[in-house]
Design a protein around this ligand. Structure first.
Ligand SMILES: Nc1nc2c(ncn2[C@@H]2O[C@H](COP(=O)(O)OP(=O)(O)OP(=O)(O)O)[C@@H](O)[C@H]2O)c(=O)[nH]1
Ligand SMILES: [Mg+2]
Ligand SMILES: [Zn+2]
Length: 323
């Protein structure tokens, strides 16, 4: 009886979650918390021909053990998956992270200041991918009166649009208790410009981790990234957090122009009031969205970001379908 049980166990695939992928090797977390290294089973490499990587961080997989090597044999269906363009003007995508419960976008009015356009694009893409997003203002220890005033204005703008906001300092630990509550038992993607403090924050949440961070002086250089691949970490208070690199290229490429307004939550209530149901809310007569902007019920900067996304989608060749 005992021997039979062992044989069954050996042939049953193990369940695992991808924590990190660097080229050929994947770190996979087993249900007991152990992390093992695995490679892809041959046929897996071919499964998604649009993507440079068939498996990504957050993926739930079936593992088989062959000659004491772990092989990833299957990827379970994803609840969502954030992708980016593998390279500009190339018809390939890179899967960044899958099965996310939420995204925290780290922003700051200090250095390097986040642009509203970047925030709006990120929020629209996250909404399109069914990942609820919240804004965390970081480096609040550096906010003087002006920077704090600006941050308060942004907070109002985004809360009015339907997003939660949070003020924290990864450096001093201010309000990290509030953030911890939001992260508990969830899988969260942490996003934000290079230098905004993502790795510093994860180090603060997970003592002894010691992720590499970079001094501020290194950020004169555009496009510099200290973190160069996505990696998921287990939080000591339960839950997982994904540190992501280069979220800048996170594309709006997969959005369709007529859908974009649905990813701006504050526009939703006005959409049915436009004269034309094909209204893109640009120059069309009888547009309820533009009316709402002129009445101050939709933020001007939000509307400008909306227009710039539409403009980009209309001028760029759409090369991808939605993942
Ligand atoms: N004063 C202050 N500095 C911070 C805070 N958070 C991060 N920093 C500093 O900002 C710099 C960049 O932080 P990182 O954590 O490396 O930034 P990152 O977002 O991981 O950057 P990439 O890996 O390049 O995407 C480091 O010098 C940090 O010490 C904060 O809350 N306050
Ligand atoms: Mg980093
Ligand atoms: Zn309209």
């Amino acid at each position: 009886m005992g021997a039979l049980t062992m044989a069954v166990e050996a042939s049953t695939p193990l369940f695992g979650i991808i924590m990190r992928s660097t080229g050929r090797w994947y770190n996979v977390r087993l249900p007991d918390g152990r992390i093992v290294q695995a490679t892809l089973k041959g046929k897996m490499r071919l499964s998604n021909h649009h993507a440079t990587n068939p498996v990504c961080v957050g993926d739930r997989v079936s593992l088989i053990c062959q000659n004491s090597d772990y092989l990833i044999a299957d990827v379970h269906e994803r609840t969502n998956c954030i992708v980016r363009q593998a390279a500009r003007d190339q018809a390939t995508i890179q899967l960044l992270a899958a099965n996310l419960d939420q995204a925290v976008l780290l922003v700051t009015t200090a250095h390097p200041r986040t642009s509203l356009g970047f925030i709006d694009r990120f929020l629209a893409v996250a909404t399109a991918y069914h990942v609820p997003a919240l804004l965390a203002f970081n480096k609040t220890d550096l906010y003087n009166e002006n920077l704090m005033h600006l941050a308060q204005q942004w907070k109002q703008l985004y809360e009015a649009a339907g997003y939660s906001t949070l003020f924290i300092s990864a450096r001093t630990g201010a309000h990290l208790d509030v953030l911890r509550e939001k992260l508990k038992q969830k899988t969260t993607m942490l996003a934000g410009h290079s230098g905004v403090g993502k790795s510093t924050l994860i180090n603060a949440l997970i003592p002894d981790l010691n992720l590499k961070t970079a001094p501020l002086s290194g950020f004169h250089n555009k496009g510099r990234h200290t973190t160069s691949y996505a990696e998921m970490f287990e939080l000591p208070f339960s839950g997982f957090i994904v540190d992501t690199p280069g979220i800048k290229e996170l594309g709006i490429f997969s959005l369709k122009p007529h859908e974009v307004s649905h990813y701006f939550p504050e526009m939703k209530t006005f959409l049915s009031q436009c004269r034309f149901n094909t209204c893109l809310h640009l120059q069309e007569p009888g547009c309820a969205v533009r009316q709402a902007v002129s009445e101050g019920r939709i933020g001007v900067s939000r509307y400008e970001s909306y227009c710039s996304i539409i403009h980009e989608l209309q001028t760029d060749e759409p090369v991808y379908g939605r993942e």
